[in-house]
Ligand binder design. Structure first.
Ligand SMILES: CC(C)(COP(=O)(O)OP(=O)(O)OC[C@H]1O[C@@H](n2cnc3c(N)ncnc32)[C@H](O)[C@@H]1OP(=O)(O)O)[C@@H](O)C(=O)NCCC(=O)NCCS
Length: 206
């Protein structure tokens, strides 16, 4: 898809999807955001492990395992495993969007955004944001209706995510509701497909 291989320039984004974002002019300019290649799976899994191992809240195993579980599930969408590549050819960031059922249904309409990883040496340069924006654009073009993410409202709020309750969605027991966010990719995207968000479809999250 066109956007996946685009140089990180605002010019390549169609007007129809440009509206979602405020214009951003900071960060690494010479960077490519594109779909991950099959031969890059191991590099990406190692990146995910290293990035999360460096945080206060994870040892990295869970997120790496999640990537592997998603890849081997029916929810995997290869085009939406997206990497950021530096001008020297290094993979410095990754996001994964995968199909996600609500109350066990509608998995072809909804996506889960997880995990999101940026190499610590390249954080706070707009790379995470640019990968998410690109991924949402691609997902919209592919016909998905909405996206779920669990994470900081401060961060995900910057790319248009809101609390899941705004869309009539509910959280399975044990999921902290304040950190459960959602975004419609089209107007009223969640209407008629509302349901419960339950991550126990994955062994590593159950
Ligand atoms: C969280 C993470 C993906 C952010 O990626 P990044 O490329 O550093 O973020 P960006 O540069 O695109 O940040 C964009 C904005 O979000 C802010 N931001 C970055 N990390 C943030 C965080 N953890 N919480 C709140 N805001 C954050 C930035 O300050 C910036 O704000 P601004 O546009 O007002 O200046 C990255 O720090 C990371 O990989 N962290 C470890 C793994 C992780 O926590 N993943 C997310 C799990 S839910």
């Amino acid at each position: 898809m066109e956007i996946a291989g685009a140089i990180c320039s605002e010019n390549n984004i169609p007007d129809s999807i440009r509206k979602r974002y405020a214009k951003r002019n900071k960060g690494v300019r010479k960077m490519v955001i594109r779909t991950e290649k099959q031969e890059e799976h191991q590099i990406v899994e190692d990146l995910v492990y290293d990035v999360f191992k460096g945080t206060k809240f994870s040892d990295g195993f869970l997120e790496k395992e999640l990537v592997k579980e998603i890849r081997s599930s029916r929810f995997y969408v290869p085009e939406l495993s997206i990497v950021a590549v530096s001008d020297s050819g290094m993979i410095i960031g990754h996001i994964m969007l995968s199909k996600f059922p609500l109350s066990g249904k509608n998995e072809d309409k909804v996506l889960l955004l997880s995990p999101v990883s940026v190499d610590p040496s390249y954080q706070k340069q707009g790379i995470g944001m640019k990968m998410i924006e690109t991924g949402l654009d691609m997902a919209e073009e592919m016909g998905f209706r909405g996206v779920i993410v669990e994470g900081s409202p401060d961060y995900y709020g910057k790319t248009g995510f809101e609390n899941h309750k705004e869309f009539g969605l509910t959280a399975a027991a044990g999921i902290p509701g304040d950190y459960l966010m959602a975004q419609e990719l089209i107007k009223d995207g969640f209407r008629g497909i509302e349901g419960e968000i339950d991550f126990s479809i994955y062994k590593c999250l159950a």
